[in-house]
Design a protein around this ligand. Sequence first.
Ligand code: KG4
Ligand code: ZN
Length: 338
Amino acid sequence: MHILGIETSCDDTGVAIVSNGKKILSNLISSQHRFHEKYSGVVPEIAARQHIEALQPLLEEALNQAKLKIEEIDCLAVTTHPGLIGSLMVGVNCAKTIAYGYQKPLLGVSHLKAHFYSIIMSSKITYPFLGLLVSGGHTLLAVCHSPLDIKLIGTTVDDACGECFDKVAKFFNLGYPGGPMIEKTALKGDESSYQFPNIQFKKKSYNFSFSGLKTAVIHHHEKYLKNKKDSSLNLSNLTASFQKTAFQYLYNQTITVAKTMGIKQIGVCGGVSCNQYLRNLFLSNSKVQTFFPDFSLCTDNAAMIAGLAYHYYQEKEIIEDVLTLSPRAKSFKKEKIL
Ligand code: KG4
Ligand code: ZN
């Protein structure tokens, strides 16, 4: 079964065709980074307009690469939540138009569930596993029982991990998106040169918090500016120490939860999971097995949307008429959370 997926939840336009939930026939991404770079963050109106520009050529190229005609597509799938509402609307309208014009079923897909599914698509992990989603918008811990049965057990109470990286990078004018820039700058640094406070967890909570670390890094710089005699500010050392503190925290929390719950496999996904320091940290633990998606499936992409949609189709979660968009993840309190 060939599913054509469309992803436009933030600033990457993605179109992909996936067969039977796993075989990627094409997976195209048009990144908008150059349009948002000068603002050091995503401008929602620009993002929505760029999705409009990018979709048509991507659709044609995705079909070409898959050697399929649109008539041979069995089903359409599109991200409906969470995301920037203007960006989501562009993708959903495009998907609805094709579905209506060619009389194909249309599925609305959760971007967050799709990130967790990206691990299954491209690694040897098996269910159940403890999923850690670290992206620009989310830091989530969840127990993944199946593609659609995902129980959220922790989230961030303030900044997302990737957001914290982006904000620190913005503060030091390192460029956008900040995560890869911090990783690159940190390569030449000494991670033990700055001691940032280790973040503590509240008892009985699996939630994360990143704003304290961000503030500590920024305060450190302000102190340095006041006292220029201190010649110790070295961006490589600072970013290396920041990266180490942030990832040690993510790692400790995730391993603690895995041990407490008796889960032997961990899957780490989302844009931040591209980071090699983070990967090495998890891989250094021989007691639990950690899996990551292919680099091409870590950041936002439509292959994970088309892949997961196959399972929605099996569960008959087909959207007949109206797709309800949501900028937020659905209620974290109920079982149907993502
Ligand atoms: O999953 P994603 O493409 O979009 C969201 O759903 O948010 O993740 C983007 C985030 C950004 O915050 C970016 O800075 C971060 O992933 N990121 C990284 C790296 N590559 C991307 N963070 C740290 N190290 C990286 N190598
Ligand atoms: Zn994402």
